[in-house]
Design a binder for this molecule. Structure first.
Ligand code: NAD
Length: 489
């Protein structure tokens, strides 16, 4: 049967698909503003039952200790998602406004296949290590270290790359032996609800191990952060919400894993191919209308070539039209909602108020009467002190900033409350590597290298978060460490 066959999605609680205690809410296509259908709207009672189910599944079943079962179930989930990939592709384009071309990568197919990495990691993991015998305090002792699941994980996710973020939490959390309550963003409820449908109907994942709670009520996320039955909260979203999650989690000292915002720098050194670097910078900020936390939105270029750099970036971005994400050639689709479009527009207004100018774009495209579109925009004439250079805009907007040599470029790149990602372009690879090493960011691309891979950890320094998603590090986030010391005499 087709996914979401009746145009209505359900919650997944304790193995059963269920309606929401608060009724249902509409989900909207951001490219057309048409209502796609409805999603179950959970209330606090639903969230309470979901947490209870996850707690019981962790405490009373062998899920956390049966690695063979978990590995099989995670692979099953990957396989069933792959079987439905074409249906999921159309749903993803419709609900997320994701350009079709990105569904071949991080918007869909990448995260599905990466579930295989989580399963392989669990299968091959060294769960116990023998530290051998020693005599601390003179007492002969055999020591070992074992890793085990943290427990119940509350996963709270945003709307921009929903499959990537939902699955990069679910995969490793489940493979490591945890049970999960997933609360996705209200803007993209179907992207999580389809997982619930497939898990309930096509996998052997035991009841209660995965619970999916869609809701318009943000306080259900806060419930997860506060509840003493939840052992860990894994959050991706804005830095402001992350701060609130961390504060809510403090009362129970639960483990908090945060992937937050960014204002990443694209540094062009004076020996770089300026044309190539600035066109790549312009193109990448248009991808998915700039709604990627790791997108490099500050282009930092040599001062004596500033005007040239602005013209190149504007040439690239001016030629990219925001449009229908379902078309194969579209790079820049809509932003997710009217609220988000208005927020981006307010930053464009701010850029002018701060004394900047637009080298291209600057508002809503005239040829798109419906849908939440913003023109790819280059902001010129401002320094790194401007708010549009310091705050996350989350739209197809690039701010170009001048630097006075390598030290100054590093200073500017690092002068940000964020530290999620960075890019360096330079002619001399050795010199570019030296600059890359000085950048305070969790991922660095040098001359076009790609860090996005199942085995590469991703995450931020400073206010971009703590902990790492993906890679073995992303698996180990979901593990506790237990040392066992047994008297040897
Ligand atoms: P958001 O912070 O508004 O919401 C994220 C999630 O948190 C949603 O599910 C929301 O319902 C929930 N939430 C809201 N208030 C809450 C509260 N008080 N307690 C608990 N949960 C709460 O973010 P968004 O607008 O959905 O997404 C955009 C943001 O996400 C951007 O800042 C972007 O940089 C960031 N992001 C970061 C990464 C990363 O890996 N670092 C990846 C994608 C997006």
């Amino acid at each position: 049967m087709a996914l979401l066959a009746d145009g209505m999605s359900r919650l997944l609680i304790d193995g059963k698909l269920a309606a929401g205690g608060a009724g249902a809410f509409a989900t909207v296509n951001p490219a057309t503003e048409e209502v796609l259908g409805e999603a179950a709207n959970a209330d606090a009672g639903d969230m309470d039952r979901a947490i209870e189910a996850a707690r019981r599944a962790f405490d009373d079943t062998d899920w956390s200790t049966n690695t063979e079962l978990r590995v099989r179930c995670v692979r099953q989930l990957r396989d069933v998602l792959q079987e439905h990939v074409e249906e999921l592709r159309e749903l993803t384009i419709a609900e997320v406004g994701a350009p079709r071309m990105l569904t071949a990568g991080a918007q869909l197919e990448g995260p599905i296949s990466d579930l295989g990495f989580a399963a392989d990691t669990a299968e091959n993991y060294e769960w116990a290590q023998d530290l051998g015998q020693a005599a601390p305090l003179g007492i002969p002792t055999r020591r070992s270290v074992v890793r085990e699941a943290v427990g119940v994980v509350g996963a709270i996710t945003p709307w921009n790359f929903p499959h990537q973020i939902n699955l990069a939490k679910l995969g490793p959390a489940l493979a490591a032996g945890n049970t999960v309550v997933l609360k996705p963003a209200p803007d993209t409820p179907w992207m999580a609800a389809v997982l619930g449908e497939l898990i309930a109907e096509h996998t052997d994942i035991p009841a209660g191990v995965v619970n999916i709670v869609t809701s318009t009520d943000h306080t259900l996320g806060a419930m997860l952060a506060k509840d003493p039955r939840v052992d860990m909260v894994s959050f991706t979203g804005s830095t402001a919400t992350g701060r609130s999650v961390m504060a809510d989690a403090a009362a129970t000292i639960k483990k908090v894993f945060l992937e937050l915002g960014g204002k990443s720098a694209f540094v062009v050194l004076d020996d770089a191919d300026l044309a190539a670097a600035c066109s790549v910078a312009g193109f990448s900020v248009c991808l998915h209308a700039g709604q990627g936390c790791a997108i490099t939105t500050r282009l930092v270029v040599p001062r004596d070539r500033y005007d040239e750099a602005v013209a190149i970036a504007a040439g690239t971005m001016g030629s990219i039209k925001a449009g229908d994400p379902s078309k194969p050639g579209t790079v820049c689709g809509p932003v997710i909602s009217a609220r988000q479009r208005d927020r981006v527009q307010s930053y464009l207004d701010l850029a002018l108020a701060e004394g900047g100018s637009f080298a291209c774009g600057g508002g809503r495209p005239a040829d798109q009467p419906a849908g939440f579109f913003i023109e790819p925009t280059v902001i010129a004439g401002l320094t790194n002190e401007a708010r549009v250079a310091r705050e996350e805009i989350f739209g197809p907007v690039l701010t170009v900033i001048a630097h006075d040599g390598d030290d100054d470029a590093v200073r500017i790149a690092n002068d940000s409350p964020y530290g999620l990602s960075a890019t360096v372009y330079g002619g001399d690879a050795q010199r570019a590597a030296v600059v890359a090493a000085r950048l305070r960011a969790g991922t660095v691309n040098v001359n076009g290298g790609v860090w996005y891979s199942a085995d590469v950890p991703f995450g931020g320094y400073k206010q971009s978060g703590n902990g790492r998603e993906m890679g073995v590090a992303g698996f180990e986030e979901y593990l506790e460490i237990k040392a066992i010391a047994t008297a040897a005499n």
